[in-house]
Design a protein around this ligand. Structure first.
Ligand code: ZN
Length: 358
């Protein structure tokens, strides 16, 4: 299985110019190759290659393997009935092992362009991408640019092969349902709970220290504050790594997929200072998603509406089912259970609102 790791590029001015020019050249080459394919009436990579490879290189000043990629892109478009009449805009370039390389020691890439090889190009990435790329030797990538709020940002999507074969899921495989919370960071539908005690205790301690430091407002206090929040983040992160690993291992060994609730559910439930920390839940979900992708375990995101107050036994939905934060009691059939476990069971059965992985 191949997954794509999206990384922001930190480009020097001349690197950006070289990539811009290469995007123009690559798109023009794709469009020429599309024209040839349509003229001849073929979507065959080989046939288009035979007719225009040398012209594409000459006309657009393209390195050999970028011409090869442009032809492959054109052939792919011609084979796709939804896109066969479209043209290519200058906003992306396809790279292979000859025209692209990745260096882990300084988290950089090098790219062939019409202005020569550009290296090192720094990746502006966090631990999430580093985890995925570490120890890998990727041999293909797509460089693209996006305009967001008037500003153009450049990315590389690096393709990595994930060696683990997916578990042998049958048609009707089951799901591990995950409920996220504050008291229990994660609760599974079989009743497994990952307590939030440690994280909450440390967070409370930091919050108190933070409050007293903020009231001082000195330079030294600000420095300590930054260090505290760094430590808190690192601690939370290691907890999230541990929990996500266990969830994915469990799903894989039981040959199940994973269902998580959409994060809007938890944002509505949590209160006060915990709201500030909703990044922690987003991180936990990210970790589950990428570890699951590596393990070949499918992940679905479930609409959280009513997951906390619907009876998993009889389906009765009522606010009164959840009189207390921690206890669930069905007003119709009398079923009693820990409220987080009820949430997880409902997520496991869940109404799916969107696929997590494309
Ligand atoms: Zn019931």
């Amino acid at each position: 299985m191949t997954i794509t790791v999206k990384c922001k590029l930190d480009l020097a001015e001349e690197q950006r110019e070289a990539i811009d020019k290469t995007m123009e050249a690559f798109a023009s080459a794709c469009n020429d190759a599309l024209d040839i394919g349509r003229e001849v009436g073929t979507a065959s990579n080989v046939k288009i290659h035979d007719r225009c490879y040398y012209d594409l290189r000459k006309d657009h000043d393209l390195p050999a393997n970028l011409a090869v990629r442009a032809i492959a892109r054109a052939a792919g478009i011609l084979k796709d009935s939804d896109r066969k009449d479209s043209t290519v805009r200058p906003s992306s370039i396809d790279y292979d092992g000859r025209t692209f390389s990745f260096k882990e020691h300084d988290w950089s890439i090098s790219l062939s362009t019409v202005e020569g090889r550009q290296k090192p190009i720094a990746l502006d990435i966090g631990d999430y991408q580093k985890d995925l790329l570490s120890g890998r030797d990727p041999s293909s990538a797509v460089v693209f640019r996006k305009r967001i709020n008037g500003e153009v940002t450049y990315y590389v999507g690096i393709h990595i092969d994930v060696e683990e074969p997916p578990p042998d899921l049958g048609e009707e495989h089951g799901w591990v349902g995950v409920d996220l919370g504050v008291e229990n960071l994660a609760t599974l539908d079989d009743g497994t709970q990952f307590a939030g005690d440690d994280v909450n205790r440390i967070r409370d301690r930091y919050n108190r220290t933070r409050a007293s430091l903020q009231s001082k407002g000195t330079k030294g206090a600000k420095r300590v504050l930054r260090r505290l929040s760094g430590r808190e983040r690192r601690f939370q992160k290691s907890v999230n790594h541990r929990i996500s690993k266990r969830i994915v291992e469990k799903a894989r060994s039981e040959e199940k997929g994973i269902r998580l609730e959409d994060l809007s559910g938890i944002r509505d439930r949590i209160r006060g200072s915990y709201k500030l920390h909703s990044w922690a839940f987003a991180q936990l979900r990210n970790f589950v998603e990428y570890k699951a992708a590596i393990a070949g375990v499918p992940v679905e995101i479930v609409d959280p509406a009513y997951t906390s107050r619907t009876c998993p036994v009889c389906g009765h939905e009522e606010k009164e089912n959840r009189k207390k934060q921690t206890e669930f009691e069905c007003q119709s059939c009398g079923h009693k259970e820990n409220a987080d476990v009820v949430g997880a069971r409902n997520v496991a059965r869940g109404a799916v609102c969107q696929p997590a992985q494309k």
